[in-house]
Design a protein. Structure first.
Length: 160
């Protein structure tokens, strides 16, 4: 799913939630955890109504997603490493041949299963303290930037 700007919007988020629900098929007695940033587009009433009976939404506090996104902590960096390795191997085995956008899928096919291994995904939830829950994963000092940006800005009049 994409928009012309490449950014998400409210309508796209609702469509994504509908797709997510159709795939995972959550039930009231078997709830699903949906982890996401705390962007205002996610607070749309239509989105909240879609998930209210069967999905638990966990949102990240502002300015903490770099610490709390499970895939960002353990999977995406691994994907970049494996993809770069696949590219280097391709270049070595195809000397002098240019790499076209049509070759990308083949390279992703080599990197994706290695990076998105179940062990990497579960490690992401562990190191972020989401599952198993561990509130001791980060010290208070690691969230100080979040406290600074949540303070109201007081504009002082200029002295003459």
């Amino acid at each position: 799913m994409a928009t012309s700007s490449g950014r998400s919007n409210v309508e796209l988020f609702v469509k994504y939630l509908e797709h997510f629900i159709s795939v995972v098929k959550p039930l009231p007695d078997h709830e699903m955890l949906f982890v996401m940033d705390n962007h205002e587009r996610h607070l749309l009433l239509e989105a909240i109504n879609l998930v209210k009976n069967s999905i638990i939404i966990l949102t990240f506090p502002p300015h903490t997603s770099h610490k709390l996104q499970p895939l960002g902590r353990t999977v995406f960096g691994a994907f970049k490493t494996y993809y770069n390795k696949a590219c280097k191997n391709w270049i070595l085995s195809h000397p002098g041949k240019p790499n076209f956008m049509y070759d990308v899928a083949q390279l992703v096919d080599k990197a994706f299963p290695l990076a998105f291994a179940l062990s990497n995904i579960t490690a992401g939830f562990r190191v972020t303290g989401i599952r198993p829950f561990n509130e001791e994963v980060f010290g208070d000092d690691e969230f100080l930037p979040s406290k600074m940006t949540n303070r109201p800005y007081k504009l002082e009049p200029a002295e003459h």
